[in-house]
Design a protein around this ligand. Structure first.
Ligand code: BGC
Length: 467
């Protein structure tokens, strides 16, 4: 059945016309195969499914019992404990699982139980590249920069083999977020940039991020019910002209590496585990104050985008220009970008200066857009939903709210996680956040561990509010 994958990708492409109104059904997708009715006649009666235009459309989301139990145990947490969140396969051992965390097979079996025969989307995060997290320390991983062989053989291949076992479950849709942060780091944190790190230069030199992403795309994309979304940073990272198209181009390189083709990419995800606001409504790029354009404010700093929704749509165009199919769709991680609560501005800032205007009106209350670790003041964002806007397949909670981004002091651990001072509330910053304070909450555990104080804050500052 696997050899049918190319044909199915073709049918997905043809069915993409429905994206903007989000009404595509499986039946429609199935009728539009490029081989015509004859091609499908042979398959009738089999469980093979065409790739859908939007895997989120008409599907419930898998609720990860491990995360859900932690959320439900917090005061007020049961209000969101039934939301679908990403399952992070953040090390080889996560595939099998252990007493505390379910493995991949158990997640898929549980999803099928939750679905009870109806469509369900399971959201996985593929996150174990060699030399992982080259511009930071908090999510350094188990594989050394040269260990591309282990990545393929011990990480991607076992995941692929398990997913293949479930490929004929016609109500199961597996969404994969492919390797957060890796390809964007190759663009902005390598030689020639003031933000370069030796570790990112090394990953550019050895090519293992591009090779690894390509391999993941090729192996997972060949499975009928798997939908790959490549991580594309966020507007405060790639929104500048100097970064946007180069990033889309690197992604196109990766989509042609290690056996992958651009058809293995269903779309892109932005804002994964970040805090960038979905829509800034109190000012716009075309506003100016005392003759000074908003883009000149310290906060915007000449960026071409003010928020994630416009960035996602802009990145989509850049990706198409780079060579990706015109029917790709976008995901936006809205798990922690709500910025509600009593501090949320209710209108534009004063017109005394462009900075006062922007700072007084912006929802995103970070000290600097480059801050990324356990941000003080953040809240839960839009609840997960399918087809919320033009070009957007879904708002998703890929980062499970309440899981730390990194420890605020050094904590010895057996996961190879480092201590990044961007998670230390006393840190005064580096080139990547304009030498500003980190804005991180105190007393955080290592990345991925449950952080009750952060969960409570996210609940309190949720926007839309949690009822
Ligand atoms: C960590 C992972 C964790 C994920 C989700 C990442 O920052 O490095 O270990 O699974 O966040 O919380």
């Amino acid at each position: 059945m696997k050899q049918l994958a190319d044909r199915h990708r073709g049918s997905r492409r043809n069915s993409r016309a429905g994206r903007l109104i989000g009404t595509v059904t499986t039946a429609l997708a199935l009728t539009l195969g490029p081989l015509g009715a004859a091609g499908f006649a042979q398959e009738s009666g089999s469980d093979v499914q065409a790739k859908l235009d939007n895997p989120y459309e008409g599907a419930q989301l898998y609720v990860n019992p491990d995360w859900s139990a932690k959320a439900a145990a917090e005061p007020g947490g049961d209000a969101v404990a039934d939301e679908g969140t990403g399952v992070w396969l953040d090390r080889i051992a996560a595939i099998e699982g252990n007493a505390e965390a379910m493995g991949l097979r158990e997640h898929l079996d549980t999803a099928l139980q939750q679905a009870d025969g109806k469509p369900i989307a399971v959201q996985l995060v593929i996150y174990d590249l060699p030399g992982r997290d080259c511009a930071a320390l908090a999510s350094n991983g188990e594989l050394e920069p040269e260990e591309i062989g282990r990545y393929k053989n011990d990480y991607i291949n076992p995941i692929r083999d398990i997913l293949r076992e479930y490929s004929s479950r016609s109500n199961l849709r597996v969404v994969t977020t492919i390797e957060p942060d890796s390809l964007p780091n190759l663009v902005t944190n390598t030689s020639g940039r003031p933000t370069a790190t030796p570790e990112c230069d090394e990953m550019k030199r050895n090519g293992n991020y591009v090779e690894g992403v390509g391999y993941a795309l090729a192996q997972l994309g060949a499975i009928d019910n798997v939908y790959n979304y490549v991580d594309a940073g966020h507007h405060g990272w790639l929104g500048w002209d100097s970064n946007l198209q180069p990033a889309a181009d690197v992604m196109f390189d990766a989509a042609n590496a290690a056996g992958a083709t651009p058809a293995d990419v269903h779309g892109f995800i932005v804002n994964t585990a970040n805090y960038s606001a979905l829509k800034e409504e109190n000012f716009s790029l075309t506003d100016s104050v005392n003759g000074q354009p908003v883009r000149q404010s310290k906060w915007v700093d000449w960026n071409q985008y003010l928020d994630e929704l416009s960035f996602a749509q802009g990145f989509r165009q850049a990706a198409v220009s780079a060579g990706f199919p015109s029917d790709i769709g976008m995901l936006i991680d809205t798990s922690r970008n709500g910025w509600g609560g009593s501090e949320r501005p209710t209108g534009p800032g004063p017109r005394t200066s462009v900075d006062a205007y922007v700072d007084g009106g912006r929802y995103d209350r970070r000290i600097h857009l480059g801050n990324w670790c356990n941000q003080a003041g953040a809240g839960l964002g839009e609840r997960p939903q399918a087809s919320p806007a033009a070009g957007i397949d879904a708002y998703v909670w890929m980062k499970p709210p309440g899981e730390s981004d990194g420890s605020s002091t050094e904590i010895p651990n057996d996961e190879d996680k480092g201590f990044d001072r961007m998670c230390d509330p006393t840190y005064q910053g580096n080139a990547r956040n304009g030498y500003n304070p980190s804005g991180a909450l105190p007393d955080a555990p290592i990345s991925g561990k449950w952080f009750p104080a952060q969960f409570q804050q996210l609940l309190k500052n949720a926007h839309p509010p949690v009822s």
